[in-house]
Design a binder for this molecule. Structure first.
Ligand SMILES: [Fe+2]
Length: 387
């Protein structure tokens, strides 16, 4: 027996933000990022819809990119004073992830953040409030995952907090909200969704439902990402990418990820490289590395009318350049000296990242370093001895 972990209720389609009008409750805290949700009018619309439902709202604005635990404590204090029965994460993944952890500290003010970095240790939630996720980017699928990524800047480490308790009660997947997303955010987040499809499909967890979602999500990303980048007001392409991101999130919430994410988490924390951008650099070479241990890639290649793992890797490289993304880590202005000084540190952290355990090939430290180095230079990863 296997249980499918999915958001409690899912509304998807252009205009579904209006579903907030039918929420039952009395008080909501909306957690959001910089100012894009206010500027686009989405925040005001959400407050208006909630007012129609008789719900009083307080807003926590200003969640930073890669939110810290300190931001989460701040939000929890506001919640403690206001006592909401709904927490609403509205905006990019950072806002929603921070809202999830604020929710934990609202319900458990004395919870130990460090202890929660161990998977599946978040205490039972929903004693005080339930959670609505309304994403404005199409990448992480956090609206249907039990994951929140919180960054410790002092240590230079990103902690994925993993617990099915964090899976939202309601997901609103409304592509209209994405129209204000800048092109580079559209491409980075879309390439993240693509990575979720590929990693979930080849992970060492067998799950037919996740497989179908991965294949479907991959096809939608290849058919729509470029259009969403080039024509940001094309709401059909926006909604398609939003659906694909949800599908990819649902796939990996049930089949997990692999070493693309392990490698990516480290360069994100240390160098601030956007998550989807580094994923798109690592993914083709990780496909080449993993192809020695799994025969799953050709099935994904066939979705694109291709045949082999190498075809899939190259198709991803083509899409990556079509949406103007970087092809090497050094493109982010990291000197060779700096890279070599930190290589052992990031490779060791990648080795113990929770995602590594689900990769189809068990990597050694030296192999992770070899993949890192090929991706730093932007060259094809190759092995002389075929496993
Ligand atoms: Fe990701």
């Amino acid at each position: 027996m296997s249980k499918l972990f999915i958001a409690g209720e899912v509304f998807h389609g252009a205009g579904t933000l209006g579903e907030l009008k039918s929420i039952k409750g009395s008080k909501a805290v909306i957690v959001t990022g910089g100012s894009s949700m206010r500027k686009s009018g989405t925040l005001d619309k959400a407050i208006e819809y909630l007012a129609e439902a008789g719900i009083q709202t307080q807003v926590f604005e200003g969640v930073e990119e890669d939110p810290s635990s300190a931001t989460c404590f701040k939000g929890a204090d506001i919640m403690a004073a206001f006592q909401p029965d709904w927490i609403i994460g509205l905006g990019g993944c950072s806002a929603i992830d921070a809202a999830k952890i604020m929710w934990v500290f609202y319900e458990y003010p004395n919870a130990d953040f460090d202890a929660m970095t161990k998977p599946f240790t978040v205490p039972v939630l929903r004693n005080k409030a339930k959670f609505i996720a309304i994403p404005s980017t199409s990448g992480t699928g956090t609206e249907t995952t039990g994951l929140a990524v919180i960054t410790d800047r002092e240590k230079g480490v990103k902690y994925p907090i993993v617990s099915y308790e964090l899976t939202p009660d309601i997901a609103i997947v409304d592509g209209e909200i994405c129209a204000s997303m800048p092109a580079h955010v559209t491409s980075n987040t879309g390439l993240d969704a693509l990575t979720h499809c590929v990693e979930a499909f080849v992970s060492n967890i067998d799950n037919n439902i996740a497989d179908a979602l991965s294949k479907g999500g991959l096809e939608i990303v290849f058919d729509n990402l470029k259009e969403a980048v080039v024509n940001p007001d094309n709401i059909t392409a926006r909604q398609n990418m939003h659906d694909a991101s949800f599908m990819a999130g649902l796939a990996f919430n049930n089949a997990w990820l692999g070493i693309v994410h392990s490698l990516s988490h480290q360069v994100g924390a240390l160098y601030g490289i956007p998550h989807g951008a580094s994923n798109a650099i690592f993914l083709p070479n990780v496909i080449r590395y993993n192809a020695f241990a799994t025969d799953r890639y050709p099935a994904l290649a066939r979705v694109l009318g291709k045949e082999t793992a190498e075809d899939l890797a190259q198709a991803i490289e083509t899409l990556r350049s079509d949406v103007n993304n970087q092809s090497a880590i050094k493109d982010f202005g990291i000197s060779k000296e700096d890279w070599e000084r930190n290589l052992d540190y990031i490779a060791n952290n990648a080795l113990v990242d929770p995602c590594t355990g689900f990769n189809p090939r068990v990597p050694s430290l030296d192999e992770l370093k070899a993949i890192y180095n090929a991706c730093y230079e932007g060259v094809v990863y190759a092995e002389e001895v075929i496993a």
